[in-house]
Write a protein that binds this ligand. Structure first.
Ligand code: HEC
Ligand code: HEC
Ligand code: HEC
Ligand code: HEC
Length: 155
């Protein structure tokens, strides 16, 4: 699956550039800038109908409020949503190595740098309630949200 995904890197890059034309490049990255650029809340109901666990999940919810739907990150995924046998994957998935670069397009740095450092110091080498181990090179979703179905090869 991961190899298949790496083949989709181009699509991810294109999407990121499109999103960032609206959301990031012209903004200074401040909360006000990002909010102003992102617009009205999105609606994830077409995905939540099956992915009920994601209705209150942080990454899904924080972005839905800011106008960034599941489909902004995973692609429209129409064939996936229509496939009752669940053979067709969504349009875009992320290998672990792709996550940080993708998120940083819109969140270039931690504004709360001190809170971040204190958190790393507290959790380094320990496993979070979301199942992820915190390491020096942890990716965004190790600390933020419960936004992944963990597989043995990702632990
Ligand atoms: C008809 C039900 C259904 C709908 C609608 C649906 N999904 Fe899924 N999706 C599933 C099932 C079942 C799985 C496999 C179990 C899992 O990973 O949760 C899945 C898996 C996924 C995965 C992980 C795939 C993988 O290989 O790891 C992503 C990402 C995803 N869906 C995104 C979406 C998005 C975005 C939408 C809305 C555009 C959506 N899904 C709509 C049923 C659905
Ligand atoms: C801001 C971008 C973003 C948004 C919005 C988003 N996702 Fe994701 N999604 C990701 C990333 C990145 C991962 C990989 C996370 C990881 O492995 O740590 C992921 C992983 C997943 C997975 C697990 C896939 C796997 O292989 O383990 C599912 C299922 C999923 N997303 C569904 C959804 C649904 C449903 C929504 C909306 C309710 C949504 N996502 C909204 C970026 C996003
Ligand atoms: C297209 C731009 C965009 C992308 C890509 C993106 N975000 Fe966001 N994110 C936003 C906006 C806009 C908000 C809401 C405004 C804010 O709080 O900064 C937000 C909010 C958040 C929040 C909540 C912040 C808070 O103060 O509560 C977290 C955490 C977050 N994003 C993490 C991520 C992670 C992790 C990824 C990668 C999987 C990601 N974002 C990708 C634009 C983006
Ligand atoms: C080691 C854990 C950890 C990792 C890895 C991590 N964060 Fe954070 N993040 C935090 C902590 C702690 C805060 C401060 C929480 C608070 O006080 O609101 C934070 C805050 C944020 C915020 C909101 C406030 C701010 O400082 O901007 C956003 C957005 C965010 N992180 C996005 C990301 C993105 C994107 C990545 C990956 C590039 C990432 N984080 C990686 C722990 C982490």
């Amino acid at each position: 699956m991961i190899t298949q995904l790496v083949g989709k890197l181009d699509a991810t890059a294109v999407l990121t550039i499109l999103l960032c034309t609206v959301g990031c490049l012209q903004s200074g990255g401040s909360k006000a800038d990002i909010k102003a650029a992102a617009g009205k809340p999105a609606n994830n109901s077409e995905c939540i109908v099956c992915h009920m666990d994601f209705a209150e999940e942080l990454i899904s919810k924080a972005h839905e409020k800011a106008g960034i739907a599941c489909t902004a990150c995973h692609g429209p995924s129409l064939a996936h949503g229509d496939d009752e046998y669940n053979i067709t994957p969504p349009d875009m998935l992320f290998g672990r190595a792709e996550i940080t670069g993708f998120c940083r397009k819109c969140h270039p740095t931690h504004r709360k740098g001190a809170a971040y450092e204190a958190f790393v110091a507290e959790w380094l080498g320990r496993r979070r309630p979301n199942g992820r181990m915190i390491l020096q090179d942890s990716v965004c979703t190790d600390c933020h949200g419960e936004h992944a179905v963990l597989r043995p090869d990702q632990m």
